[in-house]
Design a protein around this ligand. Structure first.
Ligand SMILES: [Zn+2]
Length: 78
């Protein structure tokens, strides 16, 4: 029997909490929201240190990097 190849566990993303500074969260705990209006896209995550939900602007570069790391993304018309 051939085992399917297991994907490597995703490396944590380095993100910034306004209170804790740089923290690491797994990609599945980050949510990218792509808004059609320029400059309105953002991503959110729950800080693993203080627990607050952080929301930060996702520039085109950031959004691309997050998508490349397989962060779940939703698209909205804004
Ligand atoms: Zn924090």
């Amino acid at each position: 029997m051939i085992e399917p190849e297991k994907p490597a566990p995703p490396a944590p993303l380095k993100v910034t909490c306004p209170d804790c500074g740089h923290v690491r969260v797994p990609p599945r705990d980050v949510r990218l929201v792509v808004v059609s209006a320029p400059g309105a896209s953002y991503y959110t995550f729950a800080c693993p240190d203080c627990g607050q939900r952080v929301r930060r602007e996702a520039t085109k570069d950031v959004a691309g990097a997050l998508l490349a790391r397989r962060v779940p993304a939703v698209r909205t018309v804004g």
